[in-house]
Design a protein around this ligand. Sequence first.
Ligand code: ARG
Length: 484
Amino acid sequence: MSRPRARSPKSTTTTAPSPVVSRSGRFESGPASDVASFSESISFDWRLWRQDIRGSIAHASMLAHIGILTATERNAICKGLESIASEIEAGSFPWNPALEDVHMNIEAELTRRVPAGAKLHTGRSRNDQVALDVRLWVRDEIAALDQELAQLQRALVGLGRRSADVLLPGYTHLQRGQPVSFAHHCLAYVEMIDRDRGRFSDAADRANVCPLGSGALAGSTLPLDRDFVATQLGFVDSRGRPRITQNSMDAVSDRDFVIEFAASAALLAVHLSRLAEDVILWATSEFNFIRIADAYTTGSSLMPQKKNPDVAELTRGKSGRVIGNLMALLTLLKGLPMTYNRDLQEDKERLFDTADTVRACSRLMAAMLDHTTVKAESCRAAAQDPLLLATDLADYLVRKGLPFRQAHHAVGAAVALAETSRRSLDSLTLEDLRTTSDLYEADVASVFDLTAAMNRRNLVGAPGTREVELQLRRWEKHLVPSTK
Ligand code: ARG
């Protein structure tokens, strides 16, 4: 989604409240200026303008449908809202901080231009209005983020494809374990990101229920057609049937869907952080497995030789704020009595920051991976370490009939022998090996053939040559960008 060109309202100085959307006859004065600047949200919730206008158009259409607005009034309101939308888009809309939030700003300006605007808030409260806007926003955001995540998956698959024949050590405890292909390592992250996409899609499904018609907290005495609004706004199930909230009190105070979004984002951020950590390690002189293009690194102001993986480091670092936002949102909700409380206004900055952060991290990581090359030679050198095949050697003994525990022990003894005699495991003679188990025969040499070793790993999900190729093809097919 392109960032709206709308200017955010910079100033929070208060001016006289607009007479068209007055605070009500109840108040003799407006809020004190420091109260107004303390409680305004227009400086950040202006970002809900598209959703607010979409919601208002649907609400006005429904009011006309049930006879509360005439067709002429509805048309005037819709035209007014559309012209406001173009002005916001163009950056020329006169946001007024004195009008507190995005809902009041748009409604006040509409009413100033179109007298029928005064009827728009019929049967509606800002409480169900904001609940609606945020649901729509989360839904839109998840759709946009999903594209970004698919792109990140493509970048990982692409990197795997470009290095399909490169082997490197797989690690546990950050100690060399067993050989894997570079592509297999990349595809591990593709799986993680895919589960993230699934979680976001589940979150979108639960957000996809229309709260409008819940009013301030107790619905309305007017015969609002909730199904009509829901259908207009696409709050429908897979068969096109409207989905509307079933309890007005829950509907205006529920922010579960924001938290689900933030929780899915926190886990995504953790996955991105782990990927970033691998990239950072791989780019060190110690590992030396990859080269990140200059454009995705920075230098040091002092040390001329430095090339720092800042995109990956910042992605790792920014996971902190995404996790923090989730904590802030959970804490925000936990003590709230039913129903709407103004505390809920605090959800937006956490939500927006979370969305912006994970989107930027996903995009930048994808771009960085697209501009990363694998240093095949140093990967190969590391993957040649014969100790990576110690487990294969134990499997060899198992094939000769030895129980695995004993095989493990015997190979451990062979590794110790290699170490004390300062030789590599694969240069021990048959006689040497036979001092640890008499099951060794001349065919043991084939264990240390790395190509053959990778061909033996042919279980589903294993890093075998054929298996990884199948997985790469599966993802390449699955991730073809849709043309619609
Ligand atoms: N700006 C408010 C928010 O984000 C909108 C709802 C205000 N409702 C109210 N009763 N003051 O929560």
